[in-house]
Design a protein around this ligand. Sequence first.
Ligand code: FES
Length: 106
Amino acid sequence: MNLKFHPVADKSELSNNDQLHVSLDEEEILICRENEDYYAISYYCSHATLALEGGYIYNSKIICPYHGAEFCLKTGQALTAPANEEIKKYPLSIEGTTISIGVEQV
Ligand code: FES
C-alpha cells in the first residue's frame, strides 16, 4: 500500500478553531484548525460513532460534543472516558494554501 495525497480544501475555508468535513475515498474526515496548526482526523468519535464536528478544540485536543471524550489531534489517541479507542488520524500536507490529505491506496 502506498500513500496518496489528495487536495481537499483551501486554508481560507477554515478560520481559527474551525472544522471542515470532507469525504475522501469513502473515508469521512474532519479537518481541524487550531491557530496555524491543521489536523485531519476521523469524522466520527470512537465511542458511539457520532460526529466530532462541532467539538471544542483546545491545546491540540478536541472534545466530542456528545459525551465529552477528549482526543489528541496530533495522534488520535483517546485521552478521557467514555472513549477508550483511538480515532483515525490522517497525514495532512499544505502547499501554498492548498490542504491535502493522505490516504492509503491498495
Ligand atoms: S459519541 Fe463521542 S463521547 Fe460519546
